[in-house]
Design a binder for this molecule. Structure first.
Ligand SMILES: C[S@@+](CC[C@H](N)C(=O)[O-])C[C@H]1O[C@@H](n2cnc3c(N)ncnc32)[C@H](O)[C@@H]1O
Length: 265
């Protein structure tokens, strides 16, 4: 479920034009600029079933859910993902990082944190070409994928971290991916610390499981705590880049850190 807020508004719709059905369960509130902030979850009909996608939408006061549905239907990455059989528009972020940074190669062992509905795991497993494996984890369920071991649970819980480590069977990890994002309330003072907590835990895990020379790719949100976090990452990796893939919405504060050459500490 999404974070609680002021108004709960369930809407069920069928978008016949886009071929995907949406169920939106959101909470909305007005911010100080007269804009409505909506937490929304959409369910996409993709290969093998229904996949959830969460996002935070900011619309002008009094624009309706119709505006969101239209914006979602018109999103070129959503349309492309449906056409190309990908589970999420987020796939195009990892594909762009892969083109620029050549992170994933056959034979590697990967971890994908915050993996549902499975877009990044789908892309990663495809790049492995049946040589290597992905251990993926999310608090939400995820339909199975070839060469992907999925562990469902809250990554902030020690037992879930232990299950992921156990699933690796002592194999050092070449690339640890984290696209985790907390449910957004729309209040930066609440959302930013939650997001920072998740990336700090992901960095701890990277330090624990990465092979020397390995890579850590994580979504971060620009704001308080990011500079300190960047300093921590630079301490452990030889090279750290910040990327804003085309599929990352320009209005979103999210960017991706690509940290390479793990120094083993
Ligand atoms: C942007 S989505 C990931 C999309 C995914 N990379 C893809 O390509 O399909 C962020 C994910 O982080 C997950 N998440 C957020 N907090 C989490 C937590 N504490 N533990 C595990 N997963 C979490 C959410 O459930 C959500 O599925």
């Amino acid at each position: 479920m999404l974070t609680t807020g002021f108004n709960l508004w369930p809407i069920a719709r069928n978008c016949r034009t886009s071929g995907c059905a949406l169920l939106l369960m959101g909470v909305s509130r007005y911010n100080g600029n007269g804009r409505l902030i909506i937490g929304a979850r959409s369910l996409h009909n993709g290969p093998g079933g229904w996949y959830p996608d969460d996002e935070q939408i900011v619309v002008k006061r009094r624009t309706s859910s119709k505006a969101w549905l239209k914006a979602h239907r018109d999103d070129p990455y959503v349309q492309r993902a449906q056409r190309e059989g990908y589970r999420s528009r987020a796939c195009y972020k990892l594909l762009e990082l892969q083109v620029k940074d050549r992170l994933i190669r056959p034979g590697m062992t990967l971890v994908d944190l915050g993996s549902a509905p499975g877009g990044w795991s789908q892309v990663a497993a495809g790049l492995l070409k049946h040589r290597g494996r992905v251990v993926a984890s999310d608090i939400l369920p995820m339909d199975s994928l070839p060469d992907v071991t999925f562990i469902q649970g809250d990554f902030t819980e020690q037992t879930v971290l232990d299950q992921i480590v156990d699933a690796l069977e002592g194999q050092p990890v070449d690339v640890l991916l984290s696209d985790m994002a907390p449910n957004m309330s729309g209040l930066t003072a609440v959302d930013q610390p939650r997001a920072m907590y998740l990336v700090e835990l992901a960095l701890d895990m990277a330090r624990r499981v990465l092979a020397p020379g390995g890579a850590f790719v994580t979504k971060v949100f620009q704001g308080e705590g990011l500079d300190t976090f960047l300093g921590d990452v630079r301490h452990s990796f030889g090279k750290v880049l910040t990327r804003k893939p085309g599929a990352s919405r320009p209005r979103s504060r999210e960017v991706y850190l690509v940290a390479r050459d793990f120094q083993g500490r």
